[in-house]
Design a protein around this ligand. Structure first.
Ligand code: AMP
Length: 192
């Protein structure tokens, strides 16, 4: 299996690029943000609990997202591989993912990090908020909080995956197609 973590701060373009990458490489897209938003829409107990945190731009507890990912991975083992988008977001999540995958006899193949500067992120998110209907994209204070959560809790994953020799950074600015081509170049080196 080819299992990719598509990494980057909020607004880096992980969702957009994941949609293109799953087509190109026939992978399953696992976005914890999307899964959580569907729980919110279905008004499940978990969704109601997560919504308060998501609306503030805080991370939801590790145990919740780890269990969500566990069931999706176990259900998708016949696929070519997974793209993890928005997961892991803490070192504890990364450690749990490594254990989960190794128990299934698979592993992370690479960690591609989209690099975009903060001013551009804020502009992209505010623009997306105009039609995404996402409360967490509509308010600059909430966006700043999401970026702070990223800096404090998520950015340390760069060191974690560098330590495993899996980190590769990719310029995350330019056209959607330019960014996609850069990602494909990095992936093709690994799979050919
Ligand atoms: P995203 O769609 O990836 O921007 O995620 C939207 C929100 O869902 C985040 O701001 C968090 O509140 C929550 N979330 C998504 N993925 C995770 C994760 N792996 N760990 C904790 N919270 C998450």
């Amino acid at each position: 299996m080819f299992n990719l973590i598509l990494f980057g701060p909020p607004g880096a373009g992980k969702g957009t690029q994941s949609e293109k990458l799953i087509e190109q490489y026939n992978l399953i897209h696992l976005s914890t943000g999307d899964i959580l938003r569907s729980e919110v829409a279905a008004q499940t107990e978990l969704g109601l609990q997560a919504k308060k945190l998501m609306d503030r731009g805080d991370l939801v507890p590790d145990e919740i997202v780890i269990e969500m990912i566990r069931s999706k991975v176990e259900a998708g083992l016949d696929a070519n591989g997974f793209i993890f988008d928005g997961f892991p977001r803490t070192v504890a999540q990364a450690e749990a993912l490594d254990i989960l995958l190794s128990n299934l006899g698979i592993s992370i193949s690479c960690f591609l990090a989209l690099a975009v500067d903060e001013e551009e992120l804020i502009n992209r998110l505010l623009n997306r908020g105009k039609d995404s209907g996402r409360a967490d994209d509509a308010d600059e204070n909430i966006i700043q909080n999401r970026i702070a959560e990223y800096v404090n809790k998520t950015a340390p994953l760069i060191g974690y995956y560098k330590g495993q020799g899996k980190f590769k950074d990719v310029v995350g600015t330019g056209s959607v197609d330019d960014i996609f081509n850069r990602l494909c170049e990095s992936i093709d080196v690994l799979i050919n």
